[in-house]
Every structure is written in structure tokens, then in C-alpha cells.
Design a protein around this ligand. Structure first.
Ligand SMILES: *[C@@H]1O[C@H](CO)[C@@H](O)[C@H](O)[C@H]1NC(C)=O
Ligand SMILES: *[C@@H]1O[C@H](CO)[C@@H](O)[C@H](O)[C@H]1NC(C)=O
Ligand SMILES: *[C@@H]1O[C@H](CO)[C@@H](O)[C@H](O)[C@H]1NC(C)=O
Ligand SMILES: *[C@@H]1O[C@H](CO)[C@@H](O)[C@H](O)[C@H]1NC(C)=O
Length: 380
């Protein structure tokens, strides 16, 4: 072979690498996100003036970034794939954050149902939607006043053309288990989803047309819930996850999927996409070694050691005096070997895997493989 000629394999490899970088061609001018810690890029920390300690953020941002993770979240990877910058939190006031390409209303600990006195986050879904309404009104008002805001704020048509993303509901279930029986938790799901539907309707009435809805992950596989509700082995399923919690996740997801279908039927001028995060995460936890992980359930950053390395009294990065001695919830040596970061949230490595699965389009309803230029353009 002549030294300067390219093999077919080289050319194909090049094409695959080239198209991989932008394999999802959604062309949304802006993204508006609503949710909990699964997609919080700094909202709760800014809103409550709280602090996240190292090693949060260590693997990507090199410092705590307001994300409950060692690095990037699923939403970060998805925005990256859409060639968009990371979303700034609505509640972040310092440093003149740009909201030109969207805004993130998600806050860790948030529920769909209104917050109560014991809620971690006061920014429940209804508040997040209200924040969006205020955001939109302020944007239109400021832009009418002066062109100088154009650089930082979305154009008016971005509200109709933008993508509205949702990842919320996990905390409604997780919180309910502390005071309710499984049957009571299951019975509360329609009320939770009615509240969710009301929020979506408000966004539709405000001109939102593209809705991208993540279902909830296997709640029973989080170390926090295994430690609290899984001490009796008969409560665990074959993966070592709390059965009741996963049953509640499944029922919420079943009803959420039905709601997505209903909304799509009602709003023929909108796109409602449902993404099955539960299946992706369950598969990851069940088949972890196939995907390069060594620990499916144990927290990387925690206190207590195996099997869960989780102690609800000592959050990741903190030092506490327990029983007279000082203990610290440290990070593990290599977080890429772990699926779980701090007992409640996933590691960047796990988030990257989940995102790669979302981007296959196979877990979406409707599937979006046909929107992927890689599959459209590469005909062999
Ligand atoms: C819905 O998606 C289709 C296919 O991508 C697109 O052509 C259409 O414009 C979208 N509808 C809205 C309201 O954005
Ligand atoms: C694990 O992988 C096997 C083989 O591909 C598959 O049949 C199974 O459904 C996976 N487990 C889960 C929980 O997804
Ligand atoms: C506290 O320390 C004492 C003495 O070492 C030990 O017997 C006891 O089990 C410890 N209690 C807890 C809750 O760890
Ligand atoms: C982490 O790394 C340190 C230093 O290389 C080593 O001494 C320790 O055994 C490692 N811990 C684990 C759990 O692998």
C-alpha cells in the first residue's frame, strides 16, 4: 500500500469519529430544563446558599460545580451532543450568567408535589414552572427595552422552538417511603402526575412545543435506600435493590408513559418524547462489568466501607464526629469504577454511559434514530 493512501477502514473510522461528535441533530436554539439533582447544574446550591464540598466535581470541573457528582450529569452530556453549552442555573445570580441558549430550573431534592416543611428543596415543580413564566416575561420585557440584552437572553422565538426537558419525580417517591406504606406510595402516584401534567400544560400554553421527558431510575438501587429500607434481605430483589422502591418507580413510569401518550394525542402540534431512563440504569446496574464498572451499588464517596460505603449522617466530602471520633466521607480512588457517586447520585462515568444509551434513540418513544445524520448519511 502506498504510504499516502487511506484504507477504507481508515476512512470509515474517520467518518464515524466525525459524525459521532454531532450524531444528534436536534437543532434546538435553546433548552429549558426542569428537575431535581439528576439535572441540577447549580440551582439548589445557589438558591439556598449551600455548599458542596470536594471531592464533588473533582473529575471534570476540578472543584465543586453545584452538581451532586464527581463530574458531569446526563444533561451536560446531552447538551454537549447537541453542540450546546452547559446550562446555567436560573438561581445563579453571580457572574452575569448567559441564558441565551436556555436556562436550568432544576434544583436538587425537588419534588413534583409542592414542597413541605421537611423538603430538601423549596423549588418544587410548580415553583420551577412559575420561575420559567417569570423568566420568559422578564426576557421579553428587557429585550423590548434594549438590544444590549440580546447577547445574554434568548430570542422570543426560542421559547417556541426550544426543547423543554424534564427529570423529576424520584424525590416524591423517595420521600414518601419515610412515612407511607408501599400501597400508600403507589396510591399517591396519580396525584403526583396530575401536578406534573398541570405544569406541562402551563408550558404548552406559554408556547412550548418540544417536550423531552425522562422517567425515573431504579430508586431501590440507591445506597441511601438500601441502607435504610433494605436491612432485611427479604426486601431486596435479585440485584440487591429494595423491591418496594423499584416497584414504585415502575408504576410511576408506567403512568408517566401513558401521560406522555395522552399529551401527544392532545397536542398534535407538539413533540412529546418519553425517555426510558429506568431501563438504561437497571441494565447498567445488572450488567455493570460488561460496561466497564466494578461496583454496581457501593458509593464511591461515603463513609462506612463495603458493602454500601454509605452513612446518612456523613455526606460526601464532610467530616463529622460520630460516637466520639472524627470520621470523613472520602472519595474512592477511581470513581470511573463506580456507578454510584455518593449513595444517592450517579458518577460521571455512569452518567456518560446512560447518555450514550439515550443518544442511541432506542429508549425513546417515539424513537429518534431517524433524526441521526450518522444513520441517514452513512449508507454502505
Ligand atoms: C416535531 O418534530 C418534527 C421532526 O423532527 C419536526 O419536523 C417538527 O417541526 C417538530 N414540531 C415542532 C412543533 O417543533
Ligand atoms: C443484562 O443483560 C442481559 C443480557 O444482555 C439482558 O438479558 C438483561 O435484561 C440485562 N439486565 C437488565 C436488568 O437489563
Ligand atoms: C460507640 O463506641 C463504642 C465503644 O467503642 C461501641 O461499643 C459502640 O458500639 C459504638 N456505637 C456506635 C453507634 O457505633
Ligand atoms: C487507594 O490508593 C492508595 C494509594 O495508591 C492505596 O494505598 C489504597 O490501597 C487504595 N485503596 C483502594 C480501596 O484501592
Amino acid at each position: 500500500m502506498a504510504p499516502n493512501s487511506f484504507s477504507v477502514l481508515q476512512i470509515l473510522t474517520f467518518l464515524i469519529c466525525l459524525t459521532h461528535a454531532n450524531s444528534i441533530d436536534f437543532n434546538y436554539p435553546a433548552v429549558f430544563n426542569f428537575g431535581d439533582s439528576n439535572s441540577d447544574t447549580g440551582g439548589l446550591v445557589a438558591g439556598l446558599a449551600e455548599r458542596l464540598d470536594p471531592p464533588n466535581g473533582q473529575i471534570y470541573f476540578q472543584k465543586p460545580s453545584g452538581r451532586f457528582c464527581d463530574g458531569r450529569l446526563i444533561i451536560d452530556f446531552l447538551l454537549d451532543a447537541m453542540d450546546m453549552p452547559f446550562l446555567n442555573a436560573y438561581l445563579e445570580a453571580i457572574g452575569a450568567p448567559s441564558f441565551k441558549k436556555g436556562c436550568n430550573f432544576a434544583a436538587a431534592g425537588s419534588t413534583i408535589l409542592p414542597a413541605t416543611a421537611s423538603s430538601v428543596s423549596p423549588f418544587s415543580f410548580g415553583i420551577q414552572v412559575a420561575q420559567f413564566l417569570r423568566f420568559k416575561a422578564r426576557v421579553l420585557e428587557l429585550k423590548a427595552k434594549s438590544k444590549k440584552f440580546d447577547k445574554y437572553l434568548p430570542s422570543e422565538d426560542y421559547f417556541a422552538k426550544g426543547l423543554y426537558m424534564f427529570d423529576i419525580g424520584q424525590n416524591d417517591l423517595a420521600g414518601a417511603f419515610y412515612s407511607k406504606t408501599l400501597d400508600q406510595v403507589l396510591a399517591s402516584i396519580p396525584t403526583i402526575l396530575t401536578e406534573f401534567e398541570n405544569g406541562i400544560k402551563k408550558l404548552y400554553d406559554q408556547g412550548g412545543r418540544n417536550f423531552w421527558i425522562h422517567n425515573t431510575g431504579p430508586l431501590g438501587c440507591l445506597a441511601q435506600n438500601i441502607a435504610k429500607f433494605g436491612t432485611d434481605p427479604s426486601k431486596l430483589d435479585e440485584l440487591g435493590c429494595v423491591s418496594s422502591h423499584n416497584q414504585a418507580s415502575r408504576l410511576l413510569n408506567l403512568q408517566l408513559h401513558a401521560l406522555c401518550k395522552k399529551l401527544q394525542g392532545q397536542y398534535s402540534d407538539a413533540n412529546v418524547t418519553h425517555v426510558d431512563i429506568f431501563t438504561i440504569k437497571s441494565n447498567l446496574i445488572a450488567n455493570y462489568s460488561r460496561y466497564g464498572f466494578e461496583q454496581p451499588l457501593m458509593a464511591c464517596c461515603g463513609y462506612g466501607g463495603p458493602p454500601l460505603n454509605y452513612d446518612s449522617r456523613v455526606a460526601c466530602g464532610l467530616t463529622k464526629v460520630l460516637n466520639g471520633s472524627s470520621v470523613t466521607a472520602n472519595g474512592c480512588n477511581d470513581s470511573t469504577e463506580y456507578i454510584n457517586w455518593d449513595g444517592i447520585h450517579y458518577t460521571e462515568a455512569a452518567n456518560q454511559y446512560v447518555s450514550s444509551q439515550i443518544l442511541t434513540g432506542k429508549y425513546s418513544d417515539p424513537p429518534f434514530a431517524d433524526k441521526m445524520p450518522f444513520l441517514l448519511k452513512l449508507k454502505f
